[in-house]
Design a protein around this ligand. Structure first.
Ligand SMILES: [Zn+2]
Length: 312
């Protein structure tokens, strides 16, 4: 199924070239995908040495964890439809010393992902900068493909967003506006096409546990959040999957589920390095976070496989 070409640049022209909309806009039965977040090569060293701006000169541990993630995914049977990485691919911010090497090392690991499992990349704050510019976003796109795009898989409509444009667009207001216009168009398309579900991927969570919680480093500013939540709710979006928090968390807003997944790389809480398995059925999403050890040794548990196998 995978087309020849660069596995890292499949997001082009605001879509994912791995999937053909003509084949994928119809419901064909349950399927699943894998969500990961924050491999963030370099954070572990930066965090332990207490210099998160410049201390990221080693990332051997994170390479091993990302390799374990790829190996665990390659062993899964049946295969996931895709593997989405929800941002903070590397720790080095745009323009910093180790970034290039971190990006290259991550690509060296990810290129071993089974060719039939497309990689889907989401931009994080470390990937485009806390206050992104046209240049930092262009640089991201050259390495990982479009920063926002949509695609269909088996009757389900997926939206990948650049949440940094929601967080701080002061250096590139025209790019924020372009994403907003595009998003409204996409939601209008989704409404017309009668998709089974709409699912969003972004790096920064709208909120961590409750829709009205205070704004902080790990969620979006309140008025921005409210506008997006209401837009998503009105469009019938089922769930938003995010990372950034390096811990598992989540909540809901009027039936819109916010799912925050912990990191493949550095943990900031009590969770384990892991990946989330998301099963999509005709009625609902069923998901569970697995530690890398658990997923690579035991695979997906029977209960989830049964949900997946259940045909109508
Ligand atoms: Zn982040």
């Amino acid at each position: 199924m995978a087309a020849a070409g660069d596995a890292f640049l499949r997001a082009r022209g605001r879509t994912l070239t791995a999937f053909r909309p003509d084949d994928e806009c119809q419901w064909k039965g349950p399927f699943y995908f894998i969500q990961g977040a924050d491999p963030q090569f370099g954070l572990m060293k930066a965090w332990t040495c207490g210099d998160t701006d410049n201390g990221d000169d080693e990332w051997g541990e994170e390479i091993k964890l990302a390799e374990q993630a790829v190996q665990a995914i390659n062993k899964l049977n049946p295969k996931p439809k895709f593997f989405v990485l929800c941002g903070d691919l590397v720790h080095g911010m745009p323009g910093t010393l180790w970034r290039k090497n971190q990006v290259q090392d991550l690509k060296n690991v990810l290129k071993n992902t089974d060719q039939d499992i497309p990689l889907v990349f989401v931009s994080g704050n470390h990937d485009v900068g806390n206050s992104p510019t046209r240049e930092t976003i262009d640089d991201y796109c050259k390495n990982w493909g479009d920063d926002y795009f949509s695609f269909w898989v088996g009757g389900v409509f997926f939206l990948v967003l650049n949440s940094q444009l929601f967080f701080d667009s002061s250096q590139c207001p025209e790019l924020k506006q372009a994403q907003d216009v595009w998003l409204d168009e996409q939601l209008a398309v989704a409404e017309k096409q009668k998709c089974k579900h709409i699912i969003v991927f972004q790096h920064i969570p709208l909120f961590l546990s409750t829709p009205d919680e205070d704004h902080g480093y790990f969620n979006l500013e309140k008025s921005v959040r409210e506008e997006i939540m209401e837009k998503f709710h009105k469009a019938g979006i089922k769930a938003v999957f995010a990372g950034h928090y390096h811990r598992n968390a989540g909540g809901s807003y009027k039936g819109l589920e916010m799912v925050v997944s912990s990191a493949i790389g550095c943990q900031l809480g009590e969770d384990t390095h892991g990946l989330r398995v998301v099963v999509v059925t005709e009625e609902k999403l069923v998901h569970r976070y697995y530690s890398l050890n658990e997923l690579s040794s035991q695979g997906i548990e029977k209960e989830l496989l049964d949900v997946l196998a259940k045909q109508k």
